[in-house]
Design a protein around this ligand. Structure first.
Ligand SMILES: *Cc1c(COP(=O)(O)O)cnc(C)c1O
Length: 415
């Protein structure tokens, strides 16, 4: 059956070896999943989640007890004061944008300490010109790069001592870069150093792709606010869109007043029938994130055995669900992405090609055979067509489906 599906015999054999080799790593993932499942279940129980919360509102969305309960559940999971979890957020980038515009005022300084932020924020910040950017409102942007994947603590502290910085942005996941992602330990350490110099600078975390990869979230190690997308980890593959902002009550309130209307804030925003999906997605999220991690570990070990450079290695500590594979040539990168598409449940018959995309200088190939458009907690794989030809793979709703697609994709690579 596997061979009929396009998986070569050699890959079936090699995959058996891989599964033996990664056994201990998968057990570690199970333990994290167990921990996070307990966290979710406790939050559901504490907030007395009930089927009345599946009902929803329309129009202004006053008194939406389902929506309000979801936000309490999120706050508890993050051990935070408050949360804003809304389908009115189009994407993670939208939530990050709302947060930045909510917290920053003309003349303020925004400082990124993980190098240049995610590509979609270029025009938001004004790194790329845009008439609606933060820059156009007189908000200044500065950045400090990582050094060998570590925070440049000296540069950060010196900058904070020099003059007032309003907000520090820390992006945990690597995005389309080759750096490593930021672990909770690294985050905890840098926050301790920052607080020695500045007690009030807002520490905001782009937490995309990192939720439930560890058993501790950024708000539990001193971050003021964390932001992420619901078509990634916490939506569990069920949420059809949306994003969250969680953290200090006053900041969540500012974000709500920016998303909706000053004076109305969290009181408005209809859930439009999505409450059950958000709750069910969150309930499944620990397990879906675990499946994504297992698929990444399997991929890393298998591709390394086939001679490709991978990051992270199968047995490295992970901070997000993204797996990089360095193909070294465009042809293998393209074939691999086409194989992932062919092994997906939706649009398996489509053959992705490298294409010009808005916001990117190089052509980009994207494989995404997902139930939800653009969902990357579902198995997806993409990469810019430029040396060293890296594929960024993430997601998989189950480990079994992830493995099948990866085995099928590598079958296209071997002679
Ligand atoms: C996905 C992602 C975002 C937000 O992207 P959207 O596609 O707008 O949800 C932001 N930062 C990082 C690091 C991401 O991975």
């Amino acid at each position: 059956m596997l061979e009929e599906f396009g998986i070569k015999k050699q890959i079936i054999e090699l995959s058996k070896e891989v599964e033996l080799e990664i056994k201990d790593e998968l057990l570690k993932v199970d333990l994290i999943c167990q921990n996070n499942s307990l966290k979710v279940l406790k939050a559901f129980n504490k907030n007395k989640v009930s089927d009345i919360h599946f009902n929803s509102t329309t129009g202004y969305g006053y008194n939406d007890i389902g929506r309000d309960t979801i936000e309490k559940v999120y706050a508890d999971i993050f051990e935070a004061e408050d949360a804003l979890v809304r389908s009115q957020f189009i994407s993670g980038s939208h939530a990050l944008t709302v947060a930045l515009f909510a917290f920053l005022r003309p003349g303020d300084v925004l400082l990124s300490i993980t190098g240049k932020p995610y590509d979609t924020l270029d025009e938001v910040i004004g790194i790329e010109e845009n008439a609606s950017s933060l820059k156009s409102f007189g908000i200044k942007y500065e950045q400090i790069d990582l050094i060998d994947n570590e925070f440049d603590i000296n540069a950060i502290c010196n900058r904070l001592k020099k003059s007032k910085v309003k907000l520090i942005e820390i992006q945990r996941s690597k995005g389309y870069s080759t750096r490593k992602s930021i672990t909770i330990e690294q985050l905890k350490d840098v926050i301790v150093e920052i607080r020695k110099v500045d007690k009030d600078v807002i520490i905001m975390i782009d937490n995309c792709y990192c939720e439930f990869v560890d058993i501790i979230e950024p708000t539990q190690v001193g971050a003021d606010i964390a932001v992420g997308s619901l078509i990634k980890n916490l939506g569990g593959g069920i949420a059809p869109n949306g994003a969250y902002i969680v953290g200090k009550k006053n900041l969540v309130s500012l974000a709500a007043e920016r998303l909706t209307v000053p004076g109305e804030g969290k009181e408005v925003g209809p859930s439009l029938g999505m409450n059950k999906s958000l709750l069910q997605g969150l309930f499944l999220a620990p397990s879906v994130v675990a499946s994504s991690l297992k698929t990444a570990i399997f991929t890393s070990c298998l591709l390394e055995k086939l001679g490709y450079k991978v990051e992270p290695k199968f047995n490295s500590q992970r901070a997000d669900i993204v797996q990089n594979i360095e193909f070294g040539n465009s042809s293998d990168l393209i074939k691999y992405c086409q194989g992932i598409q062919a092994g997906s449940p939706i649009d398996s018959f489509a053959i992705p090609e490298p294409w010009d995309m808005p916001g990117y200088t190089d052509k980009v190939i994207m494989a995404a055979g997902a139930f939800t458009q653009g969902s990357s907690i579902e198995l997806s794989c993409d990469g810019p067509i430029r040396a060293p030809f890296i594929a960024y793979q993430q997601g998989s709703l189950t480990y079994e489906y992830g493995k099948l697609a990866v085995m099928r994709a590598v079958s296209l690579l071997i002679k």
